[in-house]
Design a protein around this ligand. Sequence first.
Ligand code: TYD
Length: 204
Amino acid sequence: MKRGYLIALEGVDGTGKSTQCQLLAEYLESCGFPVVRLREPTTGVWGQKIRKILTEGRGEVTPEEELQYFINDRKEDVEQNIIPALEEDKIVLIDRYYYSTAAYQGALGFDPQKIVNDNESFAPRPDLLFIIQGSLDESFRRIEKGRDGFSSFEKRDYLEKVQKIFDTFDGNHIRRIDGDPPIKEVQRVLRQEVNGLLKIEEAS
Ligand code: TYD
């Protein structure tokens, strides 16, 4: 089956993922590719439940329920957005995907590899997965600058655990990217990788 490409960006909060995703989308569109930009958690019913946890805290929500919310949200996204776009040969750029579930909910005590395996039973594996990593100090500075206040997940000890789990993933589709350099420099590295995947000739 001919299909498009799925490119995912992952990393702890404040690594500049969303900015990089936006710049990458602009680049690919300027090269003439049809791009679909997605983001998880989504704005669907499960995504809204998740946003509530992020703004109000976990409260009575158990870790099992939290994990299930993310899975339900992703199942919808896969069925309604990801698979249809890939079948139309589009390039899907997704800001967070199932590696976030493995890392963030893994940090609550679930087995990260099992979370990856469970997700891969219904969610297509990305052709390219960028894990953007940088110092947590820099991440916290960016989060503070970017919006008012921290979400309930943006706590240092929790994000340290999340980062450690991100460090354990490996595979041919994974590229670890240093997120600390200036935005333009990080973007240059991402574009190089994407050029390789999509056989885009670089302008000299
Ligand atoms: P995100 O939308 O990237 O954050 P923001 O809107 O604040 O930029 O993601 C929201 C949070 O959800 C982030 O802390 C990571 C977390 N998350 C999980 O815990 N599990 C998941 O599966 C996903 C997709 C996100």
